[in-house]
Design a binder for this molecule. Structure first.
Ligand SMILES: Cc1cc2nc3c(=O)[nH]c(=O)nc-3n(C[C@H](O)[C@H](O)[C@H](O)COP(=O)(O)O)c2cc1C
Length: 152
């Protein structure tokens, strides 16, 4: 496993804050590329990297279209092969389908034959009071990815 790549979508900034905390947690361990999905450069080093995917949930439990389109491009058209994938998101428990976008990203990832390191991280609204939780999760995911030996 080489670099970590954090791709996220965020309207109000909550999911972006989680992405930034993940970057901060891992930046003394490896190179971290963090981008909004619509601004991610084409030449990111996906091969053999640990890919973090982050999204808010909107509508009736929906994954934002920009993340859905990005996953279609990366998984179906480009057929990228990161070493592992980890999913995170923010939502609001007042909605019946809490953080459902995270479950959908997991689903697409597994369907394309990639490994998701779980459990995924779901944060209610802002991570401001959950900095330690986010840091610990990111470090655990990175530890697992580092020791992950794929079965041939
Ligand atoms: C119109 C609307 C619909 C939403 N629907 C859901 C939902 O179905 N499930 C959920 O967990 N959160 C839902 N949320 C809450 C957002 O996902 C939550 O506020 C999130 O932190 C926003 O992330 P952002 O600041 O990165 O844009 C909804 C928010 C809005 C405004």
């Amino acid at each position: 496993m080489n670099d970590a790549i954090v791709l996220y979508c965020s309207l109000g900034g909550n999911t972006e804050e989680v992405a930034a905390l993940i970057k901060e947690a891992l930046s003394d361990r490896c190179r971290v590329h963090m981008h909004h999905v619509s601004e991610a450069p084409k030449n990111l080093p996906y091969e053999d990297s640990l890919l973090f995917l982050g999204a808010y949930t909107w509508g009736d439990g929906k994954l934002p279209a920009e993340m859905r389109k990005t996953l279609r491009r990366l998984y179906k058209e480009e057929g990228i092969s990161p070493s592992d994938v980890a999913c995170f998101g923010t939502g609001d428990k007042m909605f019946p389908l809490y953080c459902r976008a995270v479950d959908e990203m997991e689903h697409h990832t597994v369907r394309h034959g990639l490994t998701v390191i779980g459990p995924s991280l779901k944060i209610e609204q802002s991570p401001r009071n959950k900095k330690e939780e986010v840091r610990a999760w990111a470090e655990t995911v990175h530890d697992i990815a580092r020791h992950h030996q794929p079965i041939l």
